[in-house]
Design a protein around this ligand. Structure first.
Ligand code: FEO
Ligand code: CA
Ligand code: CA
Ligand code: CA
Length: 638
């Protein structure tokens, strides 16, 4: 391995390692291991899941369109899975024989109106910072397809949506310096701006053509949102002095946009995850308790932004509160290119992985969110009003509501504990609700929330149950850190938990069970580990994208479950390329086209793969989206 490539790989590993050093020293570990009790619980719950029915099918289902009627395949998940032995060339993806894929919007695709320059992976050229701000970025992650003709606030009954044109919102989580810049550290502000501009979100209009399949179409609403795009704050913490800097600079940018979600009123939600890693210190840094809890350090993840951009210097007094401006869920209107992205403070500040919204029978919404770090927590937000009432009054359902953190009891029950300044425990520590939200992790520690094995995505099943992917956690040092909801001492493979709210998403009680321990798939043909991205369709399929070294010569995968089945059985639809991650999953309204991302192929190293270019050993691999269809035009996953 060349020095440069080794450095790219090291850089990527550093990202993964540093980002997940546990920062929770609260010692919340209330339960002993009672896996057996949980397994009993699982049977009880499996029965109850068939009883409840909410009007809400899936985030997509309420996002303004009616699902098409179609003949169901005999089996919900009936495709021919990719066998372990089918994976022979990991420089390219391997897909089920029943499916095909098309590559779309690789890093460097011009998308802003008027942009023409494209980056093609030539190792001798890189986009300039200015060019990168008009092109798709790196780190393709969470996304959502918003079909054309959708309109804000319209009734979600029977409005026909297009399956061949829409706005795709897509996160650009990160690209390490070696991948983006071709060097391990920036040497100028221009370098930093290039790095900042490959981060953020793309909103891009897509259209299906008869001869060339899906392609980028021109739209005034296509845009790049980067680390330097003006943003707005809303909700209870918006006016907090903790979000103002002494020098009065306006709020700019969104970073480390990991997972995603969509609202019933037709907007995109992007989630800021490892924001701490972009800050560093040029002076002497003595972290506060809160800064430690959020993982700030002198070097961050070695992006070096603070070396040339004072905004990211933790020791620059002028920008003392810049750090509080990240770690939020950000709302983006896919159909208005002039809209300022809005950071919704009512949803709390932590390392937001993703968000799944359920609509209760009373029209209020519940949003389920994970904080992805070892020993961090599961959260729920409940809106004060029905979303239609709020929208019709010109308010956001995401501004007025209550934030809760989960406590998992060992008997298969659980409790949503509210993060409110009205709780004397929190009032003793914080001055305002704004502070509670800005330091949500610290507040959750004080309430005794249950430390989890890295909560990643959430998704809502057909009976209103919530699936939570817990990707892995091999950092336990003491058996007392094991609890019923996180039963494995060295959980290298991860697991999926299922919760069900007692009161149609509005209550403070819930039941839970373990849907699957990924370790149980070892030594089976369907083996997978490190569940991360998740999407449940309205018929009972559950799609899981993985992020982590896969066993048996496999690379990261997309597997599909039939959640109606008593025994979860993963079927492998797709295997990615060397050292990538399979993430983001969204479909057209008819569910006959899916979009899924190949993130950080080869960890950015051309020795591993040059995807989407054929293998040549030199072309820089580029993150891209795969458009997936069934060869017979059927429903994705069938
Ligand atoms: Fe960005 Fe937790 O994955
Ligand atoms: Ca993830
Ligand atoms: Ca992950
Ligand atoms: Ca990732």
């Amino acid at each position: 391995m060349s020095k440069e490539i080794q450095s790219a790989v090291d850089n990527a590993q550093i990202h993964d390692e540093i980002e997940n050093v546990p920062s929770n020293t609260s010692g919340n570990r209330p339960f002993a291991s009672v896996l057996e009790a949980n397994m009993t619980r699982r049977k009880v719950m499996a029965g109850s899941l068939t009883v409840a029915a909410t009007s809400f099918l899936a985030p997509a289902a309420s996002a303004g369109w009616k699902w098409g009627h179609h003949k169901k395949h005999k089996e919900l998940v009936g495709f021919k899975p990719v066998a372990i032995s089918d994976v022979v060339d990991v420089s390219m993806p391997t897909i089920s024989d029943d499916y095909e894929y098309q590559v779309l919007i690789p890093w460097g695709t011009p998308i802003e109106p008027g942009a023409t320059e494209e980056y093609n992976g030539d190792p001798n050229t890189r986009p300039s910072a200015a060019q990168a701000a008009l092109q798709t970025g790196l780190g393709h992650d969470g996304m959502w397809f918003f079909p054309m003709d959708q309109r804000l606030g319209m009734s979600h009954k029977g409005y026909r949506m297009r399956n061949d044109a829409g706005m795709l919102c897509i996160n650009h989580e990160y690209g390490v310096n070696q991948h983006a810049l071709g060097k391990s550290m920036p040497e100028s502000l221009e370098d930093v701006r290039l790095s900042q501009n490959i981060h953020g979100v793309s909103v891009v209009k897509l259209k299906k053509t008869v001869r060339r399949g899906w392609k980028v179409a021109t739209s005034k609403n296509s845009r790049r949102i980067t680390a330097n795009t003006p943003v707005a704050f809303s909700g209870p913490a918006a006016a907090s002095p903790l979000l103002q800097n002494p020098n009065g600079n306006i709020a700019l940018g969104t970073i480390n946009n990991c997972g995603s979600g969509a609202t019933p009123w037709g907007t995109y939600l992007t989630c800021e995850e490892n924001f701490n890693g972009y800050f560093g210190a040029n002076g002497i840094f003595n972290p506060t308790e809160e800064q430690q809890r959020y993982g700030f350090s002198e070097t961050g993840f070695n992006y070096g932004w603070h070396l040339f951009d004072k905004r990211f210097d933790l020791t620059d007094e002028d920008y003392a509160n810049e750090q509080h401006r990240f770690g939020w869920i950000v709302e983006i209107d896919p159909f208005d290119g002039t809209q300022k992205p809005v950071k919704r403070t009512a949803l709390g500040r932590f390392k937001h992985e993703a968000i799944a919204i359920a609509e209760s029978g009373n029209g209020r919404i519940a949003a389920y969110m994970g904080d992805d770090q070892r020993f961090d927590y599961c959260y729920k937000y409940v809106s004060e009003k029905s979303w239609k009432a709020a929208i019709s009054q010109g308010e956001s359902p995401l501004d007025e509501g209550s934030l809760f953190v989960a406590k998992f009891n060992d008997d298969g029950t659980g409790e949503w504990m509210e993060l409110t300044i009205d709780n004397p425990v929190l009032a003793a520590r914080f001055d305002s609700q704004a502070e509670v939200l800005i330091y949500a992790r610290v507040a959750a520690d004080l309430l005794g929330a249950t430390p989890m094995d890295r909560p990643e995505w959430t998704t809502i099943g057909t009976s209103g149950e919530v699936f939570w992917t817990l990707t892995n956690n091999d950092r336990r040092t003491d058996p007392s850190q094991v609890n019923a909801a996180n039963p494995e001492f060295k959980n290298t493979d991860g697991h999926i938990i299922r919760t069900k709210d007692a009161d149609d998403h509005m209550g403070t009680g819930f039941t839970w069970d373990i849907y699957l321990l990924a370790s149980s798939t070892r030594d089976t043909e369907g083996v997978f580990t490190d569940p991360d991205a998740a999407w449940a369709d309205p018929y009972g399929r559950l799609f899981i994208g993985t992020d982590g070294g896969q066993p048996d010569g496999l690379q990261d995968q997309l597997v599909v479950f039939d959640t109606r089945s008593e025994t979860p059985e993963p079927k492998r639809l797709l295997v990615g390329v060397s050292s990538d991650e399979i993430t983001g999953f969204t479909v057209t309204p008819d569910q006959r086209t899916a979009f899924v991302n190949i993130q950080h192929p080869g960890n950015g190293s051309p020795e591993n793969t040059n995807f989407p270019a054929p293998f040549d050993g030199t072309t820089i691999p580029r993150d891209c989206t795969l458009v997936i269809t069934r060869k017979d035009g059927g429903i994705i996953g069938s």
